[in-house]
Design a binder for this molecule. Sequence first.
Ligand code: ADP
Length: 268
Amino acid sequence: MNAHADGAASAAAPYYLPTGDEVEVFEQCHAQGLAVMLKGPTGCGKTRFVEYMAWRLKRPLITISCHDDLSASDLIGRFLIKNDGTVWQDGPLTRAVRDGALCYLDEVVEARQDTVVVLHPLTDHRRLLPIDKTGEVLEAAPGFGLVVSYNPGYQRMLKDLKPSTRQRFVALDFDFPAPEVEARIVAQEGAIAEPDARALVQLATRLRALRDRGLAEVPSTRLLVAAAQLSARGVELRRACLHAIVAPLSDEASLVAAMRDLVDATFV
Ligand code: ADP
């Protein structure tokens, strides 16, 4: 199980540059007890946004990375065998419900349907979590918020969320930020000069156009930040792009060659 608590609201605000009205809408959802779904490609700021909102709303954050082995017990909890009997141990979802934390399920579409249905009663008006194994029915503590993320493009043919699940969430659409906003993010996060950040974003715009030529995964803001960080440590920017952007995206020779050409054209 891959879950971690990021503790109560920390002193320093996580760096997050809003790209639309997402902060305001999320705050309204939280105030109304509505569950939120963040839709968008990987590496476009969904996780950072949740970290920022947890800080802003002064709630602890519990993050759960979903995968197809994740069971309802992994979320809710289980009895553990101790020396002289068994003890109940809360899972991360139960802890979040008791503590009034934000609970963030990353890539929820990876989880099996019988795991995802555990979330349904928490999205109802009364926000309950039935724990079958102990007979308890927990009411979510004030401040509890359920957030899931979902990448609609990814494995669309293989996996999707059921309509009965989707309709329980308010959805916020995420995408790569506008070029000038993305350049500010890359400059800030990668600690590089603005002109270099703008060049990276220009490269990303060109590479993202290769989607039509078969590039399944296009470069995310995260990859640009990684290239910037390499460059800030002294790796020449062009080489940083080859290592941090081109190589991770594809193994196919023709696509790699096309990407290298675009890198050369950007950093002449
Ligand atoms: P996701 O959860 O969508 O896969 P992340 O939130 O992990 O993506 O974003 C990847 C990285 O991109 C972050 O670590 C951060 O450096 C940067 N980033 C993307 N969007 C923003 C934003 N709006 N403000 C600040 N940083 C951002």
